[in-house]
Design a protein around this ligand. Structure first.
Ligand code: S3P
Length: 432
């Protein structure tokens, strides 16, 4: 476990960076490439640890995947080409890998066991194992299928209509992936709209999916065809520099090639509402593919706001960095309706509140979120990512607001989604 000493004397960030590939889309590109027939080429793939876990699981399932820098060549074999793995499938820290993979395995007539790291071992799985069992898969795991290790024997499944109790793209995608192999129609009706990368990717691979508001349906027995996927930059990674640009004095940052899927852009809406000086240059808006653009952010005068309701799934991963943003806004910011934060890589209500408090932020936890007051300059101290990539990056950005040294423990977690994070941060500091 490494500790990084962070001390930024030169208080300004300038220049442009090309944001690394979107994690959600990178995972799905491997999975769809594997279950489609024929070759799939992926460019802009995220070489983060989570996505590499997906690659290694599909290799164990018999899929040949060639990796050359951020380019992938996947030799898809169709659902029926997946083979029973000889060894346990290890998803590392990745919730997306385990939950979506379970959906794929639900329709495969063989046995697999899935494990992950300590954090995965605490994350709820009945949200996928229950509906997949209803479809006909045989699944078991610790505490009645709630926690890893999970074992699954898939096979013939039947379509269901499912109302997940929470808006979760991982749950929706898992059921849709099972539905593509099931008899009849599978429908998911969400309480709020979650990210729709799976729906878009089904179409990109030549499949059919019907969407009507919060209702999404697929018919089973579809054959998908290999294709080319260009992964846009991850808005959830861009978010750290969007916030840094807004709160660090005399800054101007352009983030190139950022994915602008409307199911992911809640942070832009919130920053604009708070008064951020932000401009967006949209480059492509093809409704069947993923929209992309460049975002420029300048140091801004911010005011507090209330964030809750159906915007939450559109910014769920950005809440740690939004909490830091709120410490630099005038007045109070309330984040509510965000219970889901408790079951992310860490309990992100606790980790955000505890770690930011150590740096002098005025922040308190509530049952479903947090309340943040304008906190001014932060102090130094020793903080930890607790093995959570987004907490680690948020704390590194927080260190830019401190005139004393910040020691960040367990910095390695950052490589889960943004291995070049410190390189990009240093690049923006030098450009002043
Ligand atoms: C993801 C969906 C979100 C998000 C996660 C990635 C995905 O989780 O927090 O980082 O790729 O589908 P939920 O769908 O469980 O909210």
């Amino acid at each position: 476990m490494g500790t990084q000493a962070l001390k930024y004397n030169q208080n300004s960030l300038n220049g442009e960076i090309v944001v690394p590939g979107d994690k959600s889309i990178s995972h799905r590109s491997v999975m769809f490439g594997a279950i489609a027939e024929g070759q799939t080429t992926v460019t802009g793939f995220l070489l983060g640890e989570d996505c590499l876990s997906t690659v290694s699981c599909f290799r164990q399932l018999g899929i040949e995947i060639e990796l050359d820098k951020d380019k992938l060549l996947i030799h898809g074999k169709g659902f029926k080409g997946l083979k029973e793995p000889n060894e346990v499938l290890n998803v590392g820290n990745s919730g997306t890998t385990i939950r979506l993979l379970m959906g794929i395995l639900a329709g495969r007539p063989f046995h697999s066991t899935l494990i992950g790291d300590e954090s995965i071992g605490k994350r709820p799985m009945t949200r996928v194992t229950n509906p997949l069992s209803q479809m006909g898969a045989r699944i078991d795991g610790r505490q009645n299928g709630e926690y890893t290790p999970l074992s699954i024997r898939g096979g013939e499944t039947k379509g269901i209509t499912y109302h997940p109790p929470v808006a979760s793209a991982q749950v929706k995608s898992s059921i849709l992936l099972a539905g593509l192999q099931a008899e009849g129609t599978t429908t998911v009706i969400e309480p709020e709209k979650s990210r729709d990368h799976t729906e878009r990717m089904i179409r990109q691979f030549g499949g059919k999916v019907e969407e009507d508001g919060l209702r999404v349906s697929v018919i089973g027995g579809q054959t998908l065809k290999g294709t080319t996927i260009h992964v846009p930059g991850d808005i959830s990674s861009a978010a750290f520099f969007l916030v840094a640009g807004a709160i660090v004095p005399n800054s101007c940052i352009t983030l190139k090639n950022v994915g602008l899927n409307p199911t992911r852009t809640g942070i832009i809406d919130v920053m604009q509402e708070m008064g951020a000086d932000l401009t967006i240059d949209v480059k492509s808006e093809d409704p069947n593919v993923e929209p992309v653009g460049d975002i420029t952010i300048k140091t801004s005068n911010l005011k507090g706001t209330t964030i809750g309701g159906d915007i939450i799934p559109r910014l769920i991963d950005e809440i740690p960095i939004i909490a830091l943003l709120a410490t630099q806004a005038q007045g109070e910011t309330v984040i509510q309706d965000a219970h889901e934060l408790k079951v992310k890589e860490t309990n992100r209500i606790d980790t955000v509140v505890n770690e930011l408090s150590k740096l002098g932020a005025k922040i308190s936890a509530t049952e479903d979120g947090m309340i943040i007051q304008s906190s001014g300059t932060l102090s130094g101290g020793t903080v930890s990512s607790h093995g959570d990539h987004r907490i680690g990056m948020m704390l590194a950005i927080a260190a830019l607001l401190s005139d004393q040294e910040v020691f960040l423990e367990d910095k390695e977690a950052i490589s889960v989604s943004y291995p070049q994070f410190f390189e990009h941060l240093n690049q923006l500091l030098i450009n002043e």
